[in-house]
Design a protein around this ligand. Structure first.
Ligand code: BTN
Length: 251
């Protein structure tokens, strides 16, 4: 498989829904988040690039990928004001997990709050940023990186679809598939809340039953709850529901 770029000529012929209209593309940019934040564009607008020079991860981290190796996009959404924002990251992560599964025919999981795992490695991350009632959801999927092109110092061991399968994928086709799944899942969530997608999410709950460390405490992850929080049981015997943050797991 010869990979293409994420240029409109490669992606737009595969788009079937409202997401990706308009489709903004830069061969290189600082961060696709920057292209949409404060832009006033309609819901469903997408910014994509083949290379970010200052890609942003959660918790102030950087997000890096060699040029032409990853799916790097942001999408502008206007969710109902009464919905909890962390739920939207789970919606996006689940759409990514299902897209990855369909592409590589392997089971993918959602690691709360917003990572996508394949073979116990992180292959994608979601970053949701709010500005003036608009949410810009950034998604990075490691697609065609070789093992030595992945970050060395990531808190969760990274992988790519290529390292998991040994084959390269057409990123434009993958992106179009993601946008169509995300549009459908977002619509369900808008109408029904997290309950509407909880079956798919619960079935792909990576942390469930794993030994974890969260907020400096050790324990066991119980499950992602129906309101999007993570239920954990600490070794001291406390049952807690986490709102956000980072969970480290034992491999
Ligand atoms: C994380 O796991 O820390 C979230 C990573 C999000 C990365 C994506 S890549 C496209 C978009 N632009 C950015 O600068 N970040 C997000």
């Amino acid at each position: 498989m010869t990979d293409t770029s994420l240029a409109p000529v490669e992606v737009e012929p595969h788009l079937s829904g409202r997401f990706g209209k308009p489709y903004l593309y830069e061969p290189e940019c600082t961060s696709t988040q920057q292209l949409l934040l404060g832009s006033g564009l309609p819901e469903g607008a997408v910014a994509a690039t083949d290379h970010q020079t200052s890609g942003r991860g959660r918790l102030g981290r950087v997000w890096e990928a060699p040029p032409g190796s990853a799916v790097l996009i942001s999408i502008l959404l206007r969710p109902p004001p009464d919905r909890r924002l962390p739920e939207l990251s789970l919606v996006a992560a689940l759409a990514v997990a299902e897209t990855v599964e369909a592409a590589v025919q392997l089971a993918a999981q959602v690691k709360w709050p917003n990572d996508v795992m394949l073979n116990r490695r992180k292959v994608a991350g979601v970053l949701s940023e709010l500005s003036d009632g608009t949410v810009v959801v950034g998604i990075g999927i490691n697609v065609n990186q070789t093992r030595d092109e992945l970050p060395l110092d990531a808190p969760t061991e990274p992988g790519s679809l290529r390292t998991a399968t040994g084959t390269t994928l057409d990123r434009a086709v993958l992106l179009a598939s993601l946008l169509s799944r995300l549009e459908r899942m977002y619509g369900t969530w808008r109408a029904e809340g997290l309950d509407g997608i909880y079956g798919g999410l619960g079935a792909r709950d990576f942390l469930r039953g794993r030994r974890i460390t969260a907020d400096g405490e050790q324990g066991t992850a119980v499950q992602i709850l129906r309101d999007g929080r993570l239920e954990i049981e600490t070794d001291a015997g406390d049952v807690k529901a986490l709102e956000s943050g980072e969970v480290l797991f034992e491999r």
